[in-house]
Design a binder for this molecule. Structure first.
Ligand code: GLA
Length: 440
């Protein structure tokens, strides 16, 4: 969507402006947003007296901004520094304006946003459509236009609008209303909605065509917690409901399976690799919620794996699917560029959900994965940095997947002129003559 400035006063210009007022289509989030979000790791810690390093405060966000830049996260694509709940005073000011907590954000949100911008990053904020945020701070209802204008004046680039203390049935009206107010400010802000998840929990059927039209991203399911069980439940939810969920994703509008918890307390190294790989297959927003001051290098390396980030950020924006699930082995696959004729390239993730202690072999032909390009695919492992060369669809690949771990491959469709160059076998051997899926 063009900005107000670029709308000219012709009939086309009026349509342009009308488009801005009526629908979201803000030209943002053409690939899933990437950044850092406070909630999962730092929660509603408001005790700056006893815990100054970890409380929700100006200092925490400035520190994370600095590290995002100095430690290579920004260069890898992480762009947003997002405040979540608990940044507000309990009361609006006498004119009805939102006020950030005076002790924890002494310089105000404009100053914080300016700081984030000065480092080349973008600034996100949290609010709630209802009477209160989930943690009990003032919500936007009754103040939609004023609060949107406040955010624009502060230089906010991203708004997460939660849905506590609101009636889910009101959201079909309320979320688009607030989105319109954001648009009317003329400042482009990514709009993150919690609209479907609250409706699903209330037993309502979300109107996804409206959600897609009005939100850049939205939550479908539970809040992520610091455990593998939580990550597994999210993976299962997205797999079990993929026929409804997957078609809704695309450039500018994404399903949000919630934050990355990699580098915290609850996930092993293997499980962390699995979360990152599956989030990339799901075309998920990559919002890290971790203490970047203390993260161990191996977890940082996962979060900065450029090859997997490239899958997540694939410009086609097609969300992947679970294509196989049997006795604890799952295969997930996502179409990506380059496209050669009628053939997509793919990212393919093999996940081992078993707990029987030893890695499982999974062997499958490319054809069985739906990779039928007669000119073949260049296949590489995105964690192990192994290039398998160009493989034909008949080729059987065999991967070893660690318990609760993942192997993620990228298979780039080759142009037809490469046909004669396909070796029947590659020197490095993922090949196996027998299709075999190790069963428990
Ligand atoms: C809800 C959201 C979380 C977080 C909290 C804050 O639970 O789903 O992501 O924003 O509220 O209170």
């Amino acid at each position: 969507m063009a900005s107000v400035k670029s709308c000219v006063w012709t009939a086309v210009g009026i349509l342009c402006l009308l488009g801005q007022i009526l629908g979201l289509d803000n030209g943002l989030a053409l690939t899933p947003p990437m950044g850092w979000l406070a909630w999962e790791r730092f929660r509603c810690n408001t005790d700056c007296k006893n815990d100054p390093d970890n409380c929700i405060s100006d200092r925490l966000f400035r520190t994370m901004t600095d590290i995002l830049v100095s430690e290579g996260y920004a260069a890898a694509g992480y762009e947003y520094i997002n405040v979540d709940d608990c940044w507000l005073e309990r009361e609006r000011d006498p004119r009805g304006k939102l006020v950030p907590d005076r002790e924890r954000f002494p310089y105000g949100m404009k100053s914080l946003a300016d700081y984030v911008h000065s480092k080349g990053l973008k600034f996100g904020i949290y609010e709630d459509y209802g009477n209160f945020t989930c943690a009990g701070y003032p919500g936007v209802v009754g103040h939609l236009a004023g609060d949107a204008a406040t955010f624009a004046a502060w230089g906010v680039d991203y708004v997460k609008l939660d849905g506590c203390y609101a009636l889910p049935a009101d959201m079909d009206q309320g979320y688009p209303d607030f989105g319109r107010q954001l648009n009317l400010t003329g400042r482009q802000m990514v709009y993150s909605c919690s609209w479907p998840v609250y409706q699903i929990y209330a037993g309502l059927q979300p109107n996804f065509s409206s959600i897609i039209e009005h939100c850049n991203l939205w939550r479908n399911f539970d809040d992520i917690q610091d455990s593998w069980a939580s990550v597994e439940s999210i993976i299962d939810y997205y797999g079990n409901h993929q026929d409804v969920i997957v078609p809704n994703a695309g450039p500018g509008h994404w399903n949000d399976p919630d934050m990355l918890i990699i580098g915290n307390f609850g996930l092993s190294y293997e499980q962390s690799k699995t979360q990152f790989a599956i989030w990339a297959i799901l075309a998920a927003p990559l919002l890290m919620s971790v203490d970047l001051r203390t993260i161990r290098p191996e977890y940082k390396a996962i979060l900065q794996n450029r090859k997997i980030i490239e899958v997540d950020q694939d410009p086609l924006g097609i969300q992947g699917r679970r294509i196989y699930k049997h006795r604890g082995i799952e295969i997930w696959s996502r179409p990506i560029i380059p496209i050669q004729g009628q053939y997509y390239s793919y990212a393919v993730a093999f996940v081992n959900r078993r707990t029987d202690g030893t890695p499982s072999d999974v062997a499958v032909t490319l054809r069985e994965l739906g990779l039928n390009n007669p000119s073949g695919y260049r296949v590489e492992d995105l964690y192990e940095d192994v290039d398998y060369g160009v493989l034909s669809p008949q080729t059987k690949i065999k991967v070893k997947v660690n318990p609760s771990g993942v192997v993620i491959l990228r298979a780039d469709a080759q142009p037809s002129f490469a046909y004669n160059a396909i070796p029947t076998r590659t020197p490095y051997s993922p090949l196996n003559d027998v299709f075999r899926l190790t069963k428990k």
